[in-house]
Design a protein around this ligand. Sequence first.
Ligand code: ADP
Ligand code: MG
Length: 695
Amino acid sequence: MKTVPEYFGSMVFNDVTMRARLPKETYKALKKTMRDGKKLDPQIANIVANAMKDWAIEKGVTHFSHWFQPMTGVTAEKHDSFISPFGEDGVIMEFSGKELVRGEPDASSLPSGGIRSTYEARGYTTWDPTSYAFIKDNVLCIPTAFCSYNGEALDKKTPLLRSMECISKQALRVVKLFGNENVTTVKTTVGPEQEYFLIDKKYYDKRIDLQYCERTLFGAAPPKGQELEDHYYGTISPRVSAFMAELDKELWKLGVLAKTEHNETAPAQFELAPIFTTANISCDHNQITMELMKKLAPKHGMVCLLHEKPFAGVNGSGKHNNWSLTTNLGDNLLEPGETPHENAQFLLFLCAIIRAVDDYQELLRISIASAANDRRLGNSEAPPAVVSIFLGDEITAILDSIESGTAYEQSDKKQLKVGVHTLPRFPKDNTDRNRTSPLAFTGNKFEFRMVGSNDSIADANIVLNTTIAESLRVYADKLEGADNFADALHELIKNEIKEHKRIIFGGNSYDDEWAKLAAQRGLACLQTTPDAIARFLDEKNIALFETHKVFSKAEMVARHRLMSERYCKVINIESKTMVEMLQRDLMPAISKYSLEMSKAADYFKTPDETKFGYENSVAVKLRTLLDDVYILVDELDKRIRTVEAIEDITKRTFGYKDRIIPLMDRIRIYIDEAETLTAREYWPYPTYGEILSGC
Ligand code: ADP
Ligand code: MG
C-alpha cells in the first residue's frame, strides 16, 4: 500500500511532475508565467499541453475539460476527448497549447446577469496557470477563468484573481515604505474551515424538502438536541470515519491539504479544515472539497448537506475564512514583529483592515448574503448580521494607548510611539477567545466567520482583498510624500484608530445588547439578504471596484441582478415545496389520523354521548390546526403567484422576504405542533430525532 507522501498530489500536474516532464527551458518559462501572472507564450503552451496529455493518458485519462466557476457558485465542466482523426480509420490522442490555454464552452445556459446577449452567448475560458491541472473522474481538468467576448467576468475566479493583483500592488507600495526592497509580490493566503452535515440516505430519500431545498421545511424539535454538548469533538462513528478516510485520501491525491476533521457542535455535524494556501488555489480546493463530500457520502449510505441551516433550532454550518497576507519572501504581514520597525508595519496593516471593514461593512455583509445564510446568522450560534471586528484585549489596549497618547500598562507605563517602541509580546492563543465575532484577529490572520458553508469563498475574499487594497492605497498615497516618515506614520495610525474604532467590538456579539449598541454606533444593520444586496450598487462601492479594476459597473449590475434572482428562486422553490408537502403528504396524514382518533372517540364515548378524553381531544386539536393550516396554505399559494409576478427585481426580493417567508414560518409552527400530536406511523416524514441520530 502506498503511503500518503507517495500518493499525495498524484492526480495533480504539480511542480514535481512539471519539473520531471518538461524541458528545463519550458519549465522555467512556465514558472515565470505563474509567478508574474503573465500570458503564456503559444509555443510553450504547446509543449506544456503535450506533456500534460501524456501524463494524463498514462493515468487512463481520455478527456480534458476546462473547469470553471460560473456565478451559480458551483463548478462547471465540459468534457472533450483527446481524439483526433488519423489516416483512413485511425485516431491519435492530441491536446494543443491552444486547447490548454483557451476554451469556448457553449455556456449560454449559465447565468450572466444580462451581460451576454444570446447571439454572443459563448464566452471563453482561459487557463489560470497558477492553479495546477488535475485529474478528476478520468478527466484532465484545467482550472480556468470564464469571461465574455468583451472580457467581462462571468465567473468567480476572474474577479478573485483581479482582487489578488490589486492588493498585491498596494501592499507592495506599503512594504517598500518600510524599506523591504526585496519584496516583489504579496500573496493573499486563505484557509477555509468547512462545516457540513451527514445524514442517513434512507431518511433523505423520504424528504422532498431535503431533496429540493437541502433544508427541512418542517420538523419538531427532538427530545435530545445538542444541549448535552456531547457531539463536539466526540468520537467519530465507524461509518463517518470511513467516509472521512476516503475523503482525505481523494483530496490528498488532488493535492488538497486536508488537515483536521472533527465532530462539530450539532449532532450529525462535522468540520474539515485544510492547511492554508494562496487564495485562488484555496478557492479551487474548497470547491473540489465540497464536490467530493457530496459525491462520496452516498457510497457510505449517507448524504452530505452543505446548506447553512438544514435544521431549525440546530446549529447551522459556516465556513471560517482564515485570511492573511504573505510576501514572496515568506513573511506573514499580519504577524506582529520583533522590532519596532516590524511592529509599525504590522500596525499599519492592521489599521488598513480596520478601516476597510468599517468603510465597507455593507460589502462584507453582501459577500456572504444568501437566503440560507440569513437563517443561520444571528441565531446565537453564528455571528450576527452586523459586521464588526475583534482584536483581543492586548491589541485593543495598544490601539487605545496610541490613540489617546496615554501610557500602555504593560510597557513600563510608557507611551507607545509607533516605529520607536517595541510592542509587548502577546501570546497568540490569547487573541482567539472570542468565538462570537464576525471577523476576529487570531494572532497572525483574520478569521471571517460569516461565510456560509455552501458559498464559494471567492466573494468574501474579493471583498476583503479589494477593500483592504483601498486602505493601503490611501495610506501609500499619504506616506509616500511624507517629509518625516516616522511622524507621519504615527499620526496616520493615531487618526485611523480614532476614525474607525467604532467597528471594533470585543464583547459578546450574540448578545442583544450588541445589536442596540451597534445601531448607536451607526454600523450597518442589514438583517436580511434583500436589505444587504440593495446596497451593492451604492456609488461608493462602484467607485471602489472600478478604481481597483476588480469589477466594472456593468459587471456589478449583472452580479446584483444574479444575487437578487438567486434569492427569489430559492424562496420560490422552498415555498412551492412547502405547498406540495402540505397538500400531498402532511394535510392528508393529519386528516387521516384525526379521523381515526375521532372514530375511536366515538367508539369509546360515554353513555351520555358526550365525547371527552384522549382520542377526542387529539382529534379536535388536530382538526382545528388543520383548518387553520388549510387557510394559510391557500393564502401562501396566492401570494407565491403575486410575488412571482413582481416586475422589479429588488421589489420582488422584498416581496419574498416580507410576504412569503413570514407566512412559511407561521405555517411551520402549526405543522410542527401537529407532528408532536400525531402517531408516529401516520407521520409521512422521518423526524428530526431520527435524521439527526442516524449516522
Ligand atoms: P483553529 O482556528 O481551529 O484554532 P488554526 O488557527 O491553527 O486553527 O487554523 C485555522 C485555519 O487557519 C487553518 O485552515 C489554517 O490553515 C488557517 N491559517 C493558519 N495560518 C494562516 C494564514 N497565515 N493565512 C491564512 N490562513 C491561515
Ligand atoms: Mg478557527
